[in-house]
Design a protein around this ligand. Structure first.
Ligand code: BES
Ligand code: ZN
Ligand code: ZN
Length: 470
């Protein structure tokens, strides 16, 4: 499906069908009022009505907000993909709504059919956004940036959706190398030998029972006049069986998505480089598979992390933090960043706390978190702050080692996981760091907004907006 922005009169546009966005108020003055009324159309949010003989698809909105446009455009593209129209157009009055339209069309129309023996080929080939006004140059910049970010989100979704037999730590490293080659990024991959030299014992323990070698992937986008340096750290559990603290069968299904943090940071650095942002971006990925076997790491083990801190393992299913603590330590030593953000499908508790759609945000800098609230609103992702406190921190105390990998209480699990990571953030970096728990937001089995079944690409739109803003 091709999407373009054209600077022409809507009356000159030659397409099979025109999308008409209407509020109930506008409906009253519409030339299609009679036909739409006959069809029973009410211009409430998210409603659709085809007037096939008039080549019109009416899309109802409550208001002309990005949220409403993105949502109804998602419905519209899903409906259009089932029709035999070859091309569609939509006239745009307000250029600030272009990203919402692009997201609706590209993200809402996203199809992952890799594993279908018969792939359905939609008839719809072209979507034209028609912008009649003079400031077309500004509009085309907004449009192309939005396409870059939406495509990067789909890139992340494709990776998350790919099965764990195909995306293993070594193949994820190959994906990163390919991206580096295509986008002019630097790429270094550490295998288990190098990880041993780096003393990443905590990360290595998690991957020990896997037949796939653990990898630490480092990508860098270094533009000439970078104003800031940002490190992005991603949890890349290509499969999380839970390890010896084995997950129940039903909880294990979907755990291919435990690599969504890693796939997300790949999408973010892809977007940053294609947007040609003047920000230096580093992506650090801990790619590991958490399995069972004779050499699996165990509850009762004590691991010495890269930082030197010792960790008592009481649950091998709390493995993400054991990978991230070494990657965070590595990242802090290798790059002196202005900001450091990690993305991880870290805890089921985050889904309990915030629901399936919202990313949990944790850290020490409230001004920085406020910036992310703005980016969330601007990008259409949902983010909420989960507060640290010193009392929950005490629950990670171990009688045997410096810290325990799980809390001694069954409450506040996403915060205690965040506090575990915090123990590995150097004092001078505390205010530069935020942790994003995307356990709920990274994957969905029921479509919502422009997210269809499977990986959502959580974090890519959010981080792209933040990186643009600094
Ligand atoms: N990958 C899971 C977290 C997860 C759960 C992500 C559900 C997405 C959906 C993580 O490694 C995990 O298993 N965490 C445990 C921690 C517990 C043992 C303290 C959890 O959430 O149960
Ligand atoms: Zn786990
Ligand atoms: Zn996990």
């Amino acid at each position: 499906m091709n999407i373009q922005l054209l600077n022409q009169n809507i009356s000159d546009a030659k397409t099979d069908i025109t999308l008409l966005y209407v509020t109930e108020e506008q409906l009253q003055n519409s030339k299609h009022k009679k036909a739409l009324k006959l069809a029973g159309f009410k211009a409430a949010g998210d409603t659709l009505c085809f007037l096939h003989t008039k080549n019109v698809l009416a899309c109802g909105v409550d208001e002309f907000s990005a949220e409403a446009i993105r949502s109804v455009t998602t419905n519209a593209i899903k409906a259009l993909l089932k029709t035999n129209y070859k091309s569609a157009n939509v006239a745009i009055e307000d250029k600030t709504l272009i990203p919402a339209l692009v997201e609706g069309f590209i993200l809402g129309g996203y199809i992952f059919d890799k594993y279908l023996s018969k792939k359905e080929k939609p008839t719809l080939k072209n979507i034209s956004l028609i912008y009649e006004k003079d400031d077309y140059k500004d509009a085309i910049k907004i449009f192309s940036d939005a396409v870059i970010v939406a495509d990067a989100t789909c890139f992340t979704r494709d990776l998350v959706n790919t099965i764990p037999e195909e995306i293993t730590p070594p193949t994820l490293a190959k994906v990163a190398k390919k991206l580096a080659k295509e986008n002019g990024l630097e790429c270094t991959v550490l295998g288990e030998k190098e990880l041993q030299e780096e003393k990443c014992n905590s990360m290595l323990a998690v991957g020990r029972a896997s037949r796939h070698e653990s990898k630490l992937i480092h990508l860098a986008y270094k533009p000439k006049n970078a104003k800031k340096v940002v490190s992005l750290i991603g949890k890349g559990l290509t499969y999380d069986s839970g390890g010896l603290s084995l997950k129940p069968g039903t909880s294990m299904v979907t755990m291919k998505m435990d690599k969504a943090g890693a796939c997300g940071v790949l999408g973010m650095i892809k977007a940053a480089s294609e947007l040609k942002l003047d920000v230096e971006v580093h992506a650090f990925i801990g790619a590991v598979e958490n399995m069972i076997g004779g050499d699996a790491y165990k509850p009762d083990d004590v691991l010495t992390s890269r930082s030197g801190k010792t960790i008592e393992v009481r649950n091998t299913d709390a493995e993400g933090r054991l990978v991230l603590c070494d990657v965070l330590d590595f990242a802090q030593e290798k790059v002196e960043a202005d900001y450091m953000f990690d993305f991880a499908t870290l805890t089921g508790a985050c889904v309990v706390a915030l629901g399936q759609y919202t990313t949990g945000m944790m850290g020490h800098s409230h001004p920085l978190m406020h910036k992310f609230y703005d980016s969330a609103t601007a990008s259409g992702e949902l983010v909420a702050h989960l507060p640290f406190n010193k009392h929950l921190k005490k629950q990670l105390k171990s009688e045997l080692a410096d810290i325990c990998n799980i809390s001694n209480k069954p409450y506040g699990g996403s915060i205690t996981a965040g506090l575990f990571l915090d123990a590995f953030i150097k004092e001078e970096n505390k205010d530069k760091w935020l942790h994003f728990d995307i356990a709920g937001s990274a994957y969905t089995e029921s479509p919502w907004d422009c997210n269809v079944y499977g990986g959502t690409g959580a974090g890519v739109r959010l981080m792209s907006d933040f990186l643009k803003s600094i």
